[in-house]
Design a protein around this ligand. Structure first.
Ligand SMILES: CC(C)(COP(=O)(O)OP(=O)(O)OC[C@H]1O[C@@H](n2cnc3c(N)ncnc32)[C@H](O)[C@@H]1OP(=O)(O)O)[C@@H](O)C(=O)NCCC(=O)NCCS
Length: 130
């Protein structure tokens, strides 16, 4: 994953995510991920996903993003499906992520539901939006 870091950084930058302005902190986040996967096309990183997990019950999908010029070509679905397969529901009954409203349709299509569907709510303390 270390050798892919520049490509991963480029994907964050291309999507204008603030992480790209703090590359050394992003490097730590990538290194400490429980699972970090890249999608590569013609030798270039075009997509990335990373997770945090206790390795037993819960996983948090921290970021998933695809290069803008190759979005809507199935890359994000493949990345997310690989994550979902890695953490089987049988044991990992908490599979959580915070979604941008824009990406709602993507997650719903991948079989995820908004927390309200289970009579649950979610709480967050956050500094700002990206
Ligand atoms: C969201 C994202 C990761 C999806 O990856 P992708 O490779 O573009 O998605 P896919 O091509 O695999 O999409 C599969 C399906 O999900 C749905 N979908 C994908 N992106 C969507 C969006 N932005 N809004 C609504 N539905 C979307 C569509 O139904 C799509 O199928 P279709 O193209 O046949 O209609 C990608 O668009 C991205 O990086 N967006 C910017 C960063 C971002 O918002 N990340 C998520 C933060 S919560």
């Amino acid at each position: 994953m270390a050798r892919d870091f520049d490509g991963i950084l480029a994907v964050y930058a291309a999507n204008r995510w603030s992480h790209a302005r703090e590359p050394e902190r992003l490097r730590i986040a990538v290194e400490r991920a429980d699972l970090a996967l890249v999608a590569v096309q013609d030798g270039e990183v075009v997509g990335f996903v990373r997770t945090m997990s206790d390795g037993a019950f819960a996983v948090y999908i921290a970021d998933i993003l695809v290069m803008p010029d190759v979005q809507r070509q199935g890359i994000g679905s493949q990345l997310l499906q690989a994550v979902l397969d890695h953490y089987p529901m049988k044991t990992f009954h908490h599979q959580v992520l915070i979604a941008e409203r824009d990406a709602d349709g993507f997650y719903r299509r991948m079989g995820l539901s908004a927390v309200g569907a289970f009579g649950l709510t979610a709480f967050i303390r956050t500094r700002d939006k990206r």
